[in-house]
Ligand binder design. Structure first.
Ligand SMILES: [Zn+2]
Ligand SMILES: [Zn+2]
Length: 237
């Protein structure tokens, strides 16, 4: 099979691998299975196909890495995904908690011409509406909101998990990337962000998936794989 014709399923996997890598996680079958919520045998089979088609290589320790073709394909699909989300939000006025699934469908079928026009249409936007950089190499380092101490100032950087049920919840409680505030009350269950003229209460489990810039800042840490990426039912709303 030609490298230029990745299947939709392969593109989904390349995308997930890219997300894991961006988040600093080792690319293993187990991490992919967790992030995609599919079984280990399913992942194993697909990794074989990705290897056969020249997108990834597998080291002795079973950790995967992209080939240059794999990396190129993956960054292209991720860029398109984020661009489509931004376009649907800014140009078509679709609420930002409803664009992820749409982008999942559209990203596989977009021609370079459409991509080019979309890029023009979004002006100087640099991220998807959830805070992820559209262009490679522009990712600002954040820390999980759940790690921040009371009294610290925070700015919301991005929502690491784009499962739509999670995005609906985040929108409902009034959070969005760019929001600034101070960490108010925090306990085992919930964390309160006090912004200038609003107060937002978020459950601690969801706060694990929200990256912020904080002052003072807790140490940087790598997210857990199952807190990332498209867990559909994990947070039960
Ligand atoms: Zn998305
Ligand atoms: Zn997004």
């Amino acid at each position: 099979m030609s490298h230029d014709q990745a299947t939709v399923a392969e593109e989904e996997y390349l995308q997930i691998i890219y997300w894991l890598q961006e988040a600093g996680l080792p690319i293993t079958g187990a991490n992919i299975a967790r992030a995609m919520q599919v079984s280990a045998p399913t992942v194993h089979e697909m990794i074989g196909r990705l290897e056969g088609d020249g997108y990834v290589t597998r080291a002795e320790d079973k950790i995967l890495s992209f080939t240059s073709s794999g990396r190129e394909h993956a960054s292209q699909i991720v860029r398109r995904h984020r661009l489509i989300e931004r376009f649907l939000t800014d140009v078509f006025d679709i609420p930002w908690d409803q664009v992820h699934e749409e982008a999942e469908r559209l990203e596989h079928w977009m021609s370079p011409v459409v991509e080019e026009r979309m890029l023009r249409a979004i002006g100087d936007a640099k991220t998807c509406p959830h805070g992820h950089p559209i262009f490679e190499g522009e990712r600002e380092q954040g820390v999980p909101l759940a790690d921040v101490e009371q009294g610290a100032t925070v700015r919301i950087l991005r929502f690491e998990n784009e499962a739509e049920d999670l995005l609906h919840y985040l929108k409902d409680i009034g959070l969005h990337p760019g929001l600034k505030g101070k960490l108010g009350h925090a306990d085992d269950e919930e964390i309160v962000i006090e912004a200038d003229d609003s107060t937002h209460s978020i459950t601690r489990s969801v706060a694990e998936t929200v990256s912020v810039v904080a002052n003072p800042s807790p140490p940087v840490r790598v997210a857990l794989p199952d807190q990332l990426v498209l867990g559909r039912e994990r947070y039960g709303r």
